[in-house]
Design a protein around this ligand. Sequence first.
Ligand code: RNT
Length: 421
Amino acid sequence: MPETTPAYKEAKARYAALGVDADAALARLATLPVSLQCWQGDDVAGFESKDSKLQGGGLLATGDYPGAARSAQQLRQDLETALSLIPGKHRVNLHAIYGEFGGAVDRDQIELKHFQGWIDWAKARGLGLDFNPTYFSHPKAASGWTLSHADAEIRAFWVEHGKRCRRIAAAMGRQLGTPSVCNVWIPDGSKDQPADRQAPRQRLRASLDALFAESFPRTELIDTCEAKLFGLGSESYVTGSHEFYLGYAVSHGMSLCLDSGHFHPTELISDKISSVAEFVPSILLQVSRGVRWDSDHVVILDDELQSIARELVRGGLLDRSHLGLDYFDATLNRVAAWVIGTRSLQKALLMALLEPSARLKAFENAGSFHERLGWMEDLKALPWGAVWEEFCRVQGAPGDFEWLEKVRAYESTVQSKRSRD
Ligand code: RNT
């Protein structure tokens, strides 16, 4: 490994002058895994059947860039490539439609054996796995209703799916020695004004009670649920709203998922973190980027990403947070999409870890708001980029720009050779 660069030495001295230990920030960043959403690799298609296409659920991966993974083997190869271009140790987040089924297996029939290949793969590479029941792309979800469906049989089908997913996730956690975060998101909602907003929520509550009845140690499984304000086809009403799941999580001592694309565009999850953290054991951050709506664009180092990271660091919440990504863009190289989003999140975390937050809070407590604001502005020009390059170097990952060359090579030798169907 080459020697520490003069740029890092200089940056370290600049931070030290402000009372910030850059080496400590790097060491902390190395302990923060990000869960890469497997569904970015194949446009949320999954492996249930050869022609499985996204149907309903309000999820839409737009674009037709060549090279999407079309098998578990290809998806794993793509993930391995992405992970080799991202500094640090990470996790992979699977949906239930990504099992290796070897034939038609309905959602209420899935078992651990369908995911053992993923677990063995993760174990060999020291990765953690997270999991999600899949409540979309299925005939029994085509109406747009699942756990809150008016038909008890359909609800029972989806409850069974959720129960099986929790068992599979707990086994993943047990086998890998790191708890699996199992996140429940359902698309249920109504395009137009409902006549009854209450009954679906009462049904959802009962379904969740049944789904979560079996208990597992938190060392194996961490349950979360994810709210949404609206979706395609559920513009007027979503059963699982923020208030609903916040209430459910708080009353059950459960963890909560906050997706940065799931609120009104002017409503930011960075302002919700410190509130919900008072009442739930941990928070799953599904970091996404909505553009005008919940469009699931690739995460970039924008203001909100930096605010989210700062909230976690300033609030001492990193140990109670699960960092994950959620986007799916089919207009660009899908390996690059993972790399861009993960590295951006890591950069945001690094910037937050390099912040002299005690100093800022002291200005605030002393009522010296011009100093608080002045420092916040001046901090923006500090050489955090040199610290980031040091992180990549120490972790044996390519630096900025360099990783793109590796994506280009992988695309020409592997992805471009794949058939498009
Ligand atoms: C949808 C939710 C959900 C999905 C994934 C595929 O709005 O964000 O988490 O994106 O489960």
